[in-house]
Design a protein around this ligand. Structure first.
Ligand code: SF4
Length: 219
């Protein structure tokens, strides 16, 4: 596979990658490895509920990071703070203000870690999913990085140049755990309600894994 050489902002080679899960970060990781970028994964996702689902997603991401020898920072699961910030937004739709808060919270902590550990660039795997609003994510990323002089948010479009297709290919090749909802308890509730309206089964945690011949289901 021929890949273009990627250049982070400012020509820096050291990047902190906020990762939401293995399926979304798999392509981002391999793209940066192919460009010789020295990066560390920062896993900070206190939105994911329940804890069993959080551990499933995190462990899958650790497995892939270890395979590539990429450093992995396992940050706090401070879900009490996440719920405090989500108060009053329980019935907001996906891509609305609750999601802005959720991205802000995750990126604020990522930016602080980047600042404290001399990373000049931070980026995220969140925008590679077609279920997400990339402009919303990029706004949050730039806002989080802006208080720190010398820190840039890299708003690279990881979907382009075949990235979205490779994300699925890698997920199948690695047989990653395939989550069926965005992450928070409210997205789980809304997904189940949607499924019930369609006469489908409710989400079962820990059940779905990508396989080599499976069609794309969720990102
Ligand atoms: S739907 Fe997803 S992005 Fe939005 S608040 Fe829930 S976990 Fe966060």
């Amino acid at each position: 596979m021929t890949r273009p050489v990627l250049t982070p902002p400012g020509g820096h080679r050291k990047v902190l990658l906020h990762s939401c899960c293995a399926p979304c970060s798999g392509e981002v990781m391999e793209a940066m490895l192919a460009s010789g970028i020295d990066y560390t994964i920062y896993f900070y996702n206190p939105n994911i509920h329940p804890k069993r689902e959080y551990l499933l997603r995190k462990d899958e991401n650790i497995r892939f990071a270890e395979k590539h020898g990429v450093p992995f920072v396992d940050a706090d699961y401070d879900r009490d703070n996440w719920f405090a910030r989500a108060k009053g937004m329980e019935f907001e739709p996906e891509r609305g203000v609750r999601c802005t808060m959720c991205f802000d919270m995750r990126f604020e902590r990522t930016a602080l870690y980047a600042h404290e550990n001399d990373f000049p660039v931070m980026t995220s795997s969140l925008g590679i999913s077609r279920w997400k609003n990339m402009a919303q994510i990029n706004d949050c990323g730039h806002r989080a990085a802006s208080p720190y002089e010398g820190l840039a948010y890299w708003d690279f479009n990881w979907r382009k140049g075949g990235g979205a297709a490779r994300m699925i290919e890698i997920s199948k090749r690695e047989e990653f755990y395939q989550q069926e909802y965005c992450g928070c308890v409210y997205s789980l509730r809304d997904t189940n309600e949607h499924r019930e309206r369609q006469g489908r089964e409710r989400v079962v945690l820990g059940q779905n894994y990508y396989t080599a011949d499976e069609n794309e289901k969720n990102g």
